[in-house]
Ligand binder design. Sequence first.
Ligand code: ATP
Ligand code: MG
Length: 197
Amino acid sequence: MGGTFDPIHIGHLACAEQVRDLFELDAVVFMPAGDPWMKRGRSITAAEDRFAMVKAAVQDNPFFDASRLEIDRAGETYTVDTLRALRAHYPDNVELYFISGADAMHRILEWRDATELARLARLVAVSRPGYEIDDARRRYMLTHAAIRHVSVIEATALAVSSTDLREKVRSGRSIRYLVPRVVSDYVENHGLYRGGA
Ligand code: ATP
Ligand code: MG
């Protein structure tokens, strides 16, 4: 599961756990992006901070892990490069899935090498409040020549976003229960998202 994770929150974790359960996955690897090209235009929290929060957030789930692959790779982050690296790393009998929220999957056809992406991994798009997958989009995703293996999952949805969490911290409001305790502690101890206040 890729993302900026700025910061990781219960929406990410609940979504990953439901997909893991549904598809009986052996593991979910959270992969914080190094330089998310789709998010140019706003300043992203240092990769080491985002990674530290992901690592802390996944530690109590034996199926979850955090990877440094994207943050250690120089240059821009492209999911297809990551999946190529994972494909080369794991034995052939290991099946890869790429998990993303519906909003991100809607943009899959804008991604570089979408066809190869779909060949490297099964794509799982998870419903997310505010980004419902309507019938037209579902049909579009399912029939697009490049994308043959998109599973569209209606998970129990949580309307949490990192954008909203950053805004809450900036204006001095509580994010308790919206992120794991270790994450709210990290945010507080490192003074993240204060906007210089
Ligand atoms: P931002 O508001 O900064 O974009 P975000 O909450 O969307 O942050 P991302 O790091 O952009 O978090 O998301 C990583 C992945 O997790 C994306 O595929 C996104 O669609 C998915 N995702 C994020 N929040 C949720 C949620 N509440 N429910 C389901 N999927 C989610
Ligand atoms: Mg997002």
